[in-house]
Write a protein that binds this ligand. Structure first.
Ligand code: HEM
Length: 151
């Protein structure tokens, strides 16, 4: 149980913390400093490096999550925060696969064809979807902390 809990927290930190850095820090600075060709190529490469970490975190979150649910006596015994966590984690995972499977492919093609207008549109979609996942991830973490102590 303690190992599952530690792995769970590490995976949550990597995924949600990575999105926070990308959205709140790198996005405004790259928008202010870089012209579209460099900015869009930067994001194509940054996201490409982030994706394997997100996929690994998703696998770890679900495995460790279900492992803890079993150890804690099943879903029926657990508080509202775990139910909320599971639902939002499913939504976040679906949003991630839309980003990875749809918007990112559009960004990659646009960069390859040096179509910067199209690339900026795809990046705008990625920005909105990551913003949504970041908010959901923060709600999950805040809810997890509150739920544990408020019951
Ligand atoms: C975005 C995905 C997720 C994030 C950010 C996240 C985050 C967290 C955090 C911060 C805690 C610690 C709260 C505490 O002190 O109890 C926690 C606990 C827990 N999580 Fe998750 N989690 C995610 C997905 C999942 C999934 C998919 C499952 C189930 C399959 C799950 C099941 C659990 C369980 C059972 C606990 C222990 C609850 C308790 O001891 O009261 N989580 N999670």
């Amino acid at each position: 149980m303690s190992l599952a809990f530690a792995l769970h927290l590490l995976a949550a930190t990597i995924w949600v913390g990575g999105m926070f850095f990308a959205y709140q820090i790198l996005r405004p600075v790259s928008g202010e400093m870089l012209e579209p060709p460099i900015r869009l190529t930067l994001w194509k490469n940054v996201l490409w490096r982030f994706f394997p970490w997100v996929k690994g975190s998703i696998v770890l979150l679900f495995l460790s999550g279900f492992w803890m649910i079993r150890g804690l006596g099943g879903m029926a015994k657990l508080g509202w925060h775990v139910h909320l966590m599971l639902v939002l984690a499913v939504v976040m995972t679906a949003v991630f696969f839309v980003i990875r499977g749809k918007y990112y492919c559009g960004l990659k093609d646009a960069v390859k064809n040096e179509n910067w207008g199209e690339g900026a549109e795809r990046l705008g979609e990625i920005r909105k979807a990551v913003g949504l996942n970041l908010v959901l991830g923060l709600i999950v973490i805040a809810g997890a902390g509150l739920g544990r102590y408020l019951g």
